[in-house]
Design a binder for this molecule. Sequence first.
Ligand code: GLU
Ligand code: ZN
Length: 315
Amino acid sequence: MSTALTGRLAPSPTGAQHVGNARTYLVAWLSARAQGGAVKLRIEDIDSPRIKPGAAEQAITDLRWLGLDWDGEPVIQTTRLPHYEAALEVLRRNELVYPCTCTRSDISSAASAPHAGEEVTYPGTCSHRCVADAMKLLAEGKPFAWRFRVTESVPFTDLCAGEQHIDVKHAGGDFVVWKNTGTPAYQLAVVVDDAAMGITEVVRGDDLIPSTPRQLFLYRALGLSEPRFAHVPLVVGEDGRRLAKRHGDTRLAALRDAGVKPESLVGLLAWSCGWLARPEPITPRELLPRFRLESIPAKPFALTAELLRVIGYFA
Ligand code: GLU
Ligand code: ZN
């Protein structure tokens, strides 16, 4: 097995890490380590208005508490702006992006109404612009974003979710790589960073499946080699909805403060992934020989109050 494999943990300090995040981190860590690979840590803190003070340190505490480790120092996105700017410059030089002055409400009123659960597709209002038009907008003091010109989407094979055919042109359309606030968008930053960090395997929540074809556009446009992807089904509450406050306090810090042992939580998560017959305490390291990506159920894991009681958490 190649030792060049490198995985990553990429928490966003926009809030606390909860049991759902923990499950994804556990899978990402086990997958990399079980293949003899490296694990890198990246703090995704460019989404400035949503970043919570102390949340990055808290995420690191949570990951260590779970028993996960990583190689080298954490990579902090807010220290890497010049790299994102350089990537944007490549996209500009190749006319792969154009300046967009649309507001959110411009877009929703110009776009045809999306079907339930679908995102609004950018109607292409500004796609007649070329890169040089940005000079005029700058002179006029008009804020603008940079949008990537989407072409035909390429299908990709997800290690968990299988073949994915997502037509970005009709599901979202041209997407923002640089926000009108002057900061890089997630899609650009994550590609620049994963490439710079030598990431060859991306394991993350399946809510990010629609981001992947967009990121693949950027890998190709920037001449970077793409990693493999495994999108893990999310953790939901008893009602089948995405884990949230209404399901009680499932923050890792709350479990820790309540005296829950990390091995108990890891055991519950390992059982949910099909690596244990019963939820019983175990460490990530002890799980290495049991890890199999294929045994993770395709449907979301429903975290019930009953299961939390099993690990000694009475929220
Ligand atoms: N920072 C993102 C999150 O916490 C993950 C992004 C990624 O893995 O590409 O949901
Ligand atoms: Zn526009």
